[in-house]
Ligand binder design. Sequence first.
Ligand code: FES
Length: 208
Amino acid sequence: MTEASEGTPPAEKPAVPNEQDKAAAPGAKPKATAKPEKAPVKPKATAKPKGKARDPSAGRRGFVQLSLVAAGLAWTGAMVKFFFPRILFEPATRFPIGFPTDYVIGVDTKWQQAKRIWVVREPSRLYVIFARCTHLGCTPDWKSGENKFKCPCHGSGFDMQGVNFEGPAPQPLLRTQVSLDARGQVVVDKGKLFPVDDWDDSDAFLVV
Ligand code: FES
């Protein structure tokens, strides 16, 4: 026999009534229903002023800044003009083209691209034609097969001497000044041009 069975049996614990039992119990006061808590009333936000408040000095400051920027730009422009003045670099109008013996009888077009001239050698003369059409200024081409200069723009034609004979060109081609330097080289000066009436000017050809 154990000790537990020998002593007084333990007293039974009274049963704890559950909530339902309590509610059903006669005379039990009904439990007050919990009142929903009221949400705290937020204070109304004060209406924000539309846009930022204007700083009266801001406009003046902006104007001063703009004036400073404009003054800086003007100063920079003046400096650029001072250090880089507008200079028109034009090719030299006067240049040597070699010796008369470098040219055979006929038209030589080797300077057309670089100097816009043709060198023409005849049995006793050498002269230089300025390769600019007298119509509207295009550069004609030498057509050796046809023995003429032909303008690609409107079809003007010039003979070997530069005399116009077809198309709208109103007058013959111009010739340049030619001379010999100390070494005997031919020097061309496109700064002086001779129209047909001056082709016999002594500066318009070289005797060869
Ligand atoms: S520019 Fe040469 S024909 Fe017109």
